[in-house]
Write a new protein. Sequence first.
Length: 103
Amino acid sequence: MPAGQAVRNRSEVVTVTSPRGVVEVARQEMRGLTRGGGSWSWFWVAHRKGSGRWSEASTAREAIRRAMLLPPGKPPAWLEQIAADAERQLTSDRSETATSTAP
């Protein structure tokens, strides 16, 4: 791998609807830039439909909160629900892909 280039793998993008609009969510894996291959790390990205800026965070809930421009602190109840929905959709997509490629 050439120096200065990170390797990234992104899941499919799923769309969830909140009271504040539509949000697209994905899970991304990135290998660091350190020599010797570096370690892989997972993080979540989200953005409002029509917005070009992706928000990154360690959890789906936090990525969606940042994308929706919600203040930190106690989240609204719907945030937990749509974060769980996005995680469930991405998890089911991954398990279906794994079972369909198995011999």
